[in-house]
Every structure is written in structure tokens, then in C-alpha cells.
Design a protein around this ligand. Structure first.
Ligand SMILES: [Fe+2]
Length: 187
């Protein structure tokens, strides 16, 4: 499966998340909606961004949560069940600075060897932007509020709390770059 379409990705994500994790599915749809806007920066990769957006949290699905680290579980699912496109899997595996969370979980080497970072900064930033400006319910928010919400939800000293506090400066930089690019480009 090397051709990536939003239609295909959306069907897979909905099948895995729609019933079991409706809130996570609402978030995923919101992230995909942001991708539809940010996609104008990406030309022919707009559909890849949208597909990664709708699939980025698929690894939370209970039947897929093998390691409990959702970026890795999601990417392995796409590899093992769909032999998906490499760039799509790299985006899902590394979304929103997952490598930093993998470090907290002792999974950095596994993640980096199975799904290396995609060396395409605009795509990587754009997915951070889409995820980090979307609330857990799929609404629109700012990166600052989103990080604060995550710290509040998980606790500052939890694995996720430590990760997101370390990642925050990078998240704000990525989001800032995309916001600037969107502002500079006429609709
Ligand atoms: Fe995620």
C-alpha cells in the first residue's frame, strides 16, 4: 500500500478509534481539519499530511496498544497490517516530538531504528502545528493552551508531563514557523 489517500486513512482511523475512543476520534478529525488548512503550504504532500493527521493517534486503539507508547504502536500497526507508505509511518511514529517521549519510556532506540525521523521539516512542523492547535475534543486552540492542558491532564511529573514540558519550546517553534508561513501565503 504505497498510495496514501485521506479517504483510506480516515476509514482506517475511524474503524480503530470511532467506537472505542470517540473523544480521541473527535480529536483526530479536528487535527485532520487543521491539516486541510495547512495543506496549502505543502503542494502535492497535502494529502500525506492529512492522512498522517487523521491517523496520528491510531495507536491509542485498545487492540493496538501493545507497548502503550501510541506513536510506535500506531506506526507498527500501519506497517504490519497495511505495509503502509514509509513517509506516512515515519510521520505517525514521530508526531509531535515523540522521540523525546520515547526517551522517557526507554524506547528511543526502537523508535529511531524502526521509524527514523522524516527529514522533511515542513511536513514535520505542519503535523506538530495541526496536533498542537487542536483540543482533545477536536476544537481549535493555541499551542500554549494545549501544552498547559496536557500538563494538567497527565500531571507535571508523569512521563507525558515530563515529555511535554521538555518538548514545549520545540512545539512552540514548529507552530510559530507554520503560523508565519500561513500568514505569509495569501489564501
Ligand atoms: Fe499523539
Amino acid at each position: 500500500m504505497n498510495e496514501v489517500t485521506l479517504d483510506w486513512a480516515g476509514r482506517i482511523a475511524e474503524a480503530e478509534l470511532g467506537k472505542t475512543l470517540p473523544r480521541r476520534w473527535a480529536h483526530s478529525q479536528g487535527v485532520a481539519a487543521r491539516a486541510a488548512e495547512a495543506g496549502r503550504l505543502l503542494g502535492r504532500d497535502a494529502e500525506l499530511l492529512a492522512a498522517a493527521a487523521v491517523l496520528h493517534d491510531v495507536g491509542y486503539a485498545p487492540r493496538l496498544a501493545t507497548t502503550g507508547f501510541h506513536p510506535l504502536d500506531g506506526a507498527r500497526f500501519l506497517r504490519d497490517e497495511y505495509q503502509a507508505n514509509d513517509r506516512l509511518m515515519q510521520l505517525v511514529a514521530n508526531h509531535s516530538f515523540a522521540l523525546l517521549e520515547a526517551e522517557e519510556r526507554g524506547l528511543r532506540d526502537k523508535l529511531a531504528s524502526e521509524f527514523p525521523l522524516l527529514e522533511e521539516p515542513l511536513l514535520v512542523d505542519a503535523l506538530v502545528y495541526c496536533d498542537m492547535t487542536t483540543t482533545p475534543d477536536g476544537g481549535r486552540t493555541t499551542a500554549q493552551e494545549r501544552v498547559a492542558e496536557i500538563v494538567g491532564r497527565y500531571g507535571a511529573d508523569s512521563v507525558v508531563g515530563r515529555f511535554i514540558r521538555r518538548a514545549a519550546p520545540e512545539i512552540f517553534s514548529s507552530v510559530g514557523r507554520i503560523e508565519a508561513a500561513l500568514a505569509a501565503q495569501p489564501r
